[in-house]
Write a protein that binds this ligand. Structure first.
Ligand SMILES: Nc1ncnc2c1ncn2[C@@H]1O[C@H](COP(=O)(O)OP(=O)(O)O)[C@@H](O)[C@H]1O
Ligand code: SF4
Ligand SMILES: [Mg+2]
Length: 374
């Protein structure tokens, strides 16, 4: 949700040295508005085969992402299943160590830290999962589930204070604190997601990766959880990376949206700009598939249907990874050599609207694809 620019900046927990660099970081904090930064982030998984587990290739799950997440903003991250969203979220939190590139948190390079040096940072970065049931230990009471991060990080000062803190957290997420001794199975799906949110909030984090937090919930419950997350963001100055597989789910909660395809970001822009004037042919196709409530407008619209399947991240197409399915390339055959050999770089084409597509390279103009009707 849009955040107020009038609020004072939050205090940094890593005191800056006189030259402006964080004490334990080789890099300068160049923009205090940025909380998390990915620089050329890459996560490749080795692929093994057979009983001997011979290495036969690599899954290029995340392949060279560069983007910022600003304090108190919600950055939406969307793309089809398997395009690398969860891996990106986990890599930002260092739950999955990247194979190359860097993640900085308040100017500190997390990728350079040992597990031990990373530990104090972990309480500032939490995660909310898609399936609250799978992510909650069924043998622990709600009280113990929510208290666990407090114990892990040494934030529990005596049984009574711990209990009070857990009950406060339960109240904050709309759960009755009298249920502290109940087990997850006694709660509904929406209530279980509230437990997951309370656990994520326990350590007072600044940054939360929300990995499809409403996808598994009944439609009637989704809005309640979205509203709760927005209220908590306001109250606790939270910064969210909000992952979803379709654009309609992130539109209203996001300040900016990044669109991923096959391990790469193809477009990143303000939520409004992305919807009203999508520039990348893939984003245009996604937006053309978002249903519009007005049946007349809906009937008038042309849906862009993409040819073929998403290629495998083990053997992605050369050049632009989208070239095997791109409708704009069909309309601009002169781009073929370039699109099939040169990887387009994500760069600003209008204000801070970023696109990775050769259509927007400077030089001879091409026939730009029509923009999807809003
Ligand atoms: N631990 C892992 N080992 C091997 N491959 C993985 C692992 N985790 C994810 N992948 C692969 O990486 C790609 C991206 O996965 P993921 O980040 O889960 O995508 P998304 O969240 O967008 O659905 C997929 O091809 C997936 O199969
Ligand atoms: S770079 Fe070429 S193939 Fe890729 S999206 Fe742009 S026009 Fe299509
Ligand atoms: Mg996922």
């Amino acid at each position: 949700m849009p955040s107020s620019s009038l609020r004072p900046p939050l205090p940094r927990f890593a005191p800056p040295t006189p030259n402006g660099a964080a004490a334990d970081s080789p890099r300068a904090i160049d923009d205090p508005a940025v909380l998390v930064r990915a620089d050329n982030l890459q996560v490749h998984f080795p692929l093994h085969k057979g009983v001997l587990q011979r290495p036969v290739g690599v899954v290029q799950a995340v392949d060279g992402l560069t983007f910022d997440i600003r304090r108190r903003e919600t950055l939406g991250l969307v793309g089809e299943s398997g395009c690398g969203k969860s891996t990106t979220g986990r890599a930002l939190l260092q739950l999955q160590r990247p194979t190359a590139g860097r993640v900085t948190f308040e100017g500190t390079d997390l990728t350079a830290l040992s597990e031990r040096a990373l530990f104090p940072f972990r309480k500032h970065m939490q995660m909310i999962f898609q399936d609250p049931y799978a992510s909650l230990n069924p043998r622990m009471t709600v009280g113990d589930i929510v208290a666990e991060p407090l114990r892990t990080h040494g934030l529990a000062h005596g049984q009574r204070a711990l209990r009070r803190r857990v009950q406060d957290l339960m109240t904050q997420v709309g759960l009755d604190p009298r249920y502290i001794r109940r087990y997850p199975h006694a709660f509904s799906g929406g209530q279980r997601q509230r437990i997951g949110i309370a656990r994520a909030l326990a350590t007072n984090p600044q940054f939360i990766v929300c990995d499809e937090p409403i996808s598994a919930l009944d439609v009637s419950i989704q809005a309640q959880i979205m509203n709760l997350m927005q209220d908590l963001q306001e109250e606790f100055d939270l910064t969210y990376l909000f992952i979803a597989h379709d654009l309609s789910a992130v539109r209203h909660i996001s300040d900016r949206i990044a669109v991923m395809y096959l391990g790469q970001i193809v477009e990143l822009a303000d939520a409004e700009a992305l919807y009203d004037a999508p520039k990348h042919p893939y984003t245009q196709a996604l937006i053309s598939a978002v249903p519009i409530p007005d049946p007349e407008v809906e009937a008038e619209r042309t849906r862009v249907v993409l040819d073929g399947e998403v290629p495998s991240p083990v053997d992605p197409p050369a050049g632009c990874r989208f070239h095997t399915r791109c409708p704009a390339l069909k309309a601009n055959p002169s781009l073929r050599t370039r699109c099939t050999t040169e990887t387009p770089v994500l760069r600003e084409v209008k204000g801070d609207h970023q696109v990775a597509c050769h259509l927007y390279d400077t030089g001879p103009s091409h026939e730009l694809p029509p923009q999807a009707a809003p």
